[in-house]
Design a protein around this ligand. Structure first.
Ligand code: KMH
Ligand code: ZN
Length: 272
C-alpha cells in the first residue's frame, strides 16, 4: 500500500522570463496568488523562488518574507525555500532566507552543467547549506539531478553530515543532468530502501510521463512552471494550478489517494 500522494508546486524558479510565457507569475503578488491557487487545487508543498522588481531571480530575505506571509495568510501549506537560487548566486545569498525558518529547504547534492552554465554545489557548498538548514531546524529535500548525487547523499549520511531520514527529489531532464527517460527514474529508485520517500520533477515534456509513473509506483510528484511551461505540446499552461489539478485527476484515475496536509507532513518528517 503506497503512502498518500504529496504534490509539490514549483511556481516560478529562477530561469524563465515573460518571453518564454506571458503566464508566468513574477511580481510578489503574482507569485503568492499563483502559489495559493496551486494549494487550493491540491498542492501540499510550495517550492519557492522569488523575483525582484525587474523580474530577476533574487534571494532577498525581505521578498521571501513578504511572499511567504502572503501565502500563509491565504492558505495552509508546506513552504519549501530554494537554496539553489539561480546559477551563480553566491553561497551567502543562497542561505540567507533560511533565517526565516521555512518548513523545508532544498539541498542540491552536486555540481553540474546546467544548460550552458555551471550550477556549483561543491562538497564545501553542500556542507554549508546542510549546516544552515540544520541550524534553523528546517527539513531538507535532497535534490538529485544525476545518479552520482545519490552516491554523494549516501556518503554524507554515512559520515553523519545529513540525517538518515530524508526525502529525496529526482529532477530529471535538465540539460547537463540525467535525462527524463523512465529508465533513469527506475535506476534511481531501485537504489532506495523500500521505505524511502521520493518525488520526481520531470523537466519539460518529461513532466507528465514521469509524474504519472511516480503516482503509479508510490512516489510523489513535483509540477509547476519552474520545470515546464507547456500543458501539452504547443499549448502553454495558463497557471500552475492547471498542472496540479491534472495530477489530482490522474491520482484519482490511478486509485492513489492524495495526502491530507497532516499526512504529507508526517511522511516528510515535519512536525505537525
Ligand atoms: N535554479 C537552479 C539553478 C533549487 O531550487 O534548489 C537551481 C534550482 C534548485 O532551482
Ligand atoms: Zn528551484
Amino acid at each position: 500500500m503506497h503512502d498518500p500522494l504529496i504534490i509539490t508546486c514549483a511556481v516560478i524558479g529562477a530561469e524563465l522570463t515573460k518571453t518564454d510565457s506571458s503566464y508566468l507569475p513574477l511580481t510578489p503578488d503574482e507569485i503568492a496568488s499563483s502559489a495559493v491557487e496551486a494549494v487550493k487545487a491540491g498542492a501540499h508543498i510550495i517550492h519557492l523562488h522569488v523575483r525582484d522588481d525587474n523580474g530577476k531571480p533574487s534571494q532577498s530575505v525581505a521578498l521571501f518574507e513578504q511572499i511567504s506571509k502572503a501565502i500563509s495568510r491565504q492558505c495552509d501549506c508546506i513552504l519549501q525555500y530554494s537554496t539553489g537560487g539561480a546559477v551563480g548566486t553566491p553561497l551567502n545569498e543562497r542561505i540567507a532566507p533560511l533565517k526565516l525558518k521555512p518548513d523545508m529547504a532544498t539541498l542540491s547534492m552536486g555540481t553540474m552543467n546546467f544548460g550552458g552554465e555551471i550550477f556549483e554545489n561543491s562538497e564545501v557548498t553542500i556542507h554549508s547549506i546542510a549546516a544552515a538548514i540544520q541550524d534553523n531546524g528546517i527539513v531538507p529535500e535532497l535534490e538529485i539531478f544525476d545518479s552520482g548525487m545519490l552516491d554523494t547523499t549516501c556518503r554524507f549520511i554515512q559520515k553523519g553530515y545529513l540525517p538518515d531520514k530524508f526525502h529525496v527529489d529526482f529532477v530529471l531532464g535538465v540539460p547537463g543532468g540525467m535525462n527524463g527517460d523512465l529508465k533513469n527514474l527506475m535506476f534511481l529508485i531501485n537504489q532506495l530502501k523500500p521505505e524511502q520517500s521520493w518525488s520526481v520533477a520531470g523537466i519539460g515534456k518529461h513532466q507528465l510521463p514521469l509524474s504519472t509513473h511516480a503516482i503509479a509506483m508510490g512516489g510523489h510528484v513535483r509540477v509547476g512552471f519552474e520545470d515546464n511551461i507547456y500543458y501539452k505540446k504547443g499549448e502553454l499552461a495558463k497557471s500552475n494550478a492547471e498542472f496540479v489539478l491534472r495530477i489530482v485527476r490522474l491520482a484519482s484515475e490511478l486509485n492513489r489517494p492524495v495526502a491530507t496536509l497532516e499526512q504529507a507532513k508526517s511522511t516528510l518528517f515535519l512536525k505537525g
